[in-house]
Design a protein around this ligand. Structure first.
Ligand code: C5P
Length: 264
C-alpha cells in the first residue's frame, strides 16, 4: 500500500490536521482521503452505507438532507458502529450572532469538520471561529462546485471573477484564513493555486469523478479525478455518486483509494 508522508507543522496559530499527531511524520493511506457523503434521508439507509463502507473510507459526511430528517441521532448512530470521523456539512450561512450560536450547538457532537459559507465575509466567519469550543475544524466553502462563470455573471459578480473563478476562490480562501478557519472547500481545479498560496490550510475537494464513473444528469460542473485532486494537494476528497451508484460501492471505494495511492 502506498502512503503519503504528512508532516504537521507546529507554528503557532497554524491550522493543521490534528487527526495526525503534532510534530510527527505520519502516514496517510488512500482511503483516509475519502469522504463519503451520506446523501440519503433515512436512518436505515445511512447506516447501510456506513456499515458497508466503514473500512473503505476515512470519513462520512452528514449533509443537510440527512441532518434535517434525522437530527443529531444520526451522529450518535454512526459513532456506535464505527470510529470513522464525521464531516457535518451544514453549510452554515446567516448573520454573525446566529452563526456563532448554530456553530456552538453543532460542535457539541464533536464532528471532525463543520462547513460554513464564506460569502458574507470575515466578520461572519470569525463568529464561527470564536465560538469553537472543541477540536472541530471550520471548513469554509469558497464557491460551490456546481457554480460556473455563467452563474456568477447572472448573480452580478465583477468581470474579473466571472472570467477567472479561481481569483474568487483564492480571495475567499484568504478571508477564511484570516478569520481563523482551519480549511476551505474548493474544486479540484483551484486546489493547486490555494495550496501554493496557503500550504497550511486544509483543502477539501468535492466534484470528484473517476474516469470510470458514469453519472447521469450530473450537476457538478468543475470536476476532476481523485488522482488529479490529490496530486494537486487536496487533503480530502468528497466522492459520492461514483461510489454510491456503482454496482459494488465497496469495490468502487477501493478503486478510488488505489487511484489516490498511485499518486502518493
Ligand atoms: O460526488 P457527488 O457529486 O455525488 O457528491 C455530492 C456531495 O458533494 C453532496 O453531498 C454535496 O453536498 C457535496 N458537495 C460539497 N461541496 C460542493 C459541492 C458538493 O460538499 N462544493
Amino acid at each position: 500500500m502506498c502512503l503519503r508522508l504528512v508532516q504537521r507543522r507546529t507554528l503557532e496559530g497554524e491550522a493543521t490536521d490534528s487527526h495526525f499527531p503534532t510534530g510527527s511524520i505520519i502516514m496517510k493511506s488512500g482511503k483516509e482521503y475519502i469522504i463519503f457523503p451520506l446523501d440519503v434521508s433515512t436512518y436505515d439507509e445511512a447506516m447501510k452505507y456506513v456499515t458497508l463502507l466503514k473500512d473503505s473510507v476515512g470519513l462520512f459526511k452528514v449533509g443537510l438532507e440527512l441532518f434535517a430528517s434525522q437530527g443529531p441521532a444520526i451522529l450518535i448512530g454512526i459513532r456506535e458502529i464505527t470510529n470513522a470521523r464525521v464531516f457535518l456539512d451544514l453549510k452554515l450561512h446567516d448573520i454573525p450572532e446566529t452563526m456563532r450560536r448554530a456553530f456552538l450547538a453543532a460542535s457539541q457532537y464533536s464532528p471532525e469538520f463543520i462547513s460554513v459559507h464564506c460569502d458574507q465575509g470575515d466578520g461572519f466567519l470569525a463568529e464561527a471561529a470564536k465560538s469553537n469550543p472543541g477540536n472541530t475544524k471550520i471548513m469554509a466553502i469558497t464557491l460551490l462546485t456546481s457554480i460556473n462563470s455563467k452563474n456568477l455573471a447572472r448573480l452580478g459578480f465583477m468581470d474579473e471573477y466571472v472570467k477567472d473563478l479561481s481569483r474568487l476562490v483564492l480571495l475567499r480562501a484568504q478571508i477564511a484564513k484570516e478569520a481563523g478557519c482551519h480549511g476551505i472547500v474548493c474544486s479540484g481545479q483551484e486546489v493547486a493555486l490555494v495550496k501554493k498560496e496557503m500550504s497550511d490550510m486544509l483543502v477539501l475537494t468535492p466534484g470528484i469523478r473517476p474516469a470510470w464513473s458514469v453519472i447521469s444528469k450530473d450537476d457538478q460542473k468543475r470536476i476532476v479525478t481523485p488522482a488529479s485532486a490529490v496530486k494537486n494537494g487536496a487533503d480530502y476528497i468528497v466522492v459520492g455518486r461514483p461510489i454510491r451508484d456503482a454496482k459494488d460501492p465497496g469495490d468502487a471505494a477501493k478503486k478510488v483509494a488505489e487511484e489516490i495511492e498511485s499518486v502518493l
